[in-house]
Design a binder for this molecule. Sequence first.
Ligand SMILES: [Zn+2]
Length: 293
Amino acid sequence: MNHNHTSQDCLQRFLFDGTDIRGEITTLSSSYLQLLALQNYPAQVACLFGEFLVAASLLSSRLKQTGVITVQAQGNGPISMIMAECTQGKNVRGIVRGDFDNLDGLSTLQELLGQATLAITLEPEGKERYQGVVPLDEENLSKCLEFYFYQSEQLPTRIKLSADAESASGMLIQQLPNSGDRDKSEEDWQTVSSLFETLSSSEQLQLSHNDQLYRLFHEQELRLFEPQSMSFCCSCSRQRTEGALISLGREEVLDISAEQGLVIITCQFCAQEYRFTDRDIDRLFNPPEPLVH
Ligand SMILES: [Zn+2]
């Protein structure tokens, strides 16, 4: 297969000139592979995870300032939780939890997640977070997200997400509230969305962004913006881990340390280990007095 590995992981915006329609297209390859290398997900879980990562990437354009957007589902199926997040700076990370021992023959969203809900959370830094929740009961994640946009923003939106073992790709088109001629707007949307529907999964995974857009919209006046590069980057740090230990409380932390001789906190997203000796713990709960001159 001719995967578009050579192109960097990125997100690109596009506009249809003379219409109220905007779009986003994204492909993740090296960041997706880095994330998969840290876990041991069965193929169908990995592909669904790829779709969640791409969804978070497409939705990150809704962050108008520093912050993070999370796309997360929880269900009662073999996958109990699956989530991906993307920061305004285009760093992605994510994780899947569940029992993956008996997944033979299971592949659909419902088979993998059972009865589930999908939550989209926007956390702009220093501002109130906003969360929208929809049932995860459509045939795939793309359709669930289209329903989310329909319900939460009343904006006609089409989304296609695709992933295989090596890359994940997604495209979104959306009709913004129209300022002018309603009939023309409606006609533009019908034209663009029916072309969009012809995009196949293999095209998404094998063609460059330019080629995908040309294939679909070569008769439209389309303006494609510069790519914003995307990468896997975890926001964990020693300082944040210390914060988590402090909130656990001194007793609890000393208990763990007494059992293990050391406290080791491993980041669930990136597997980075943070080690704390008894001396570190002491310092954490008894910070040295500031020097007085
Ligand atoms: Zn981490």
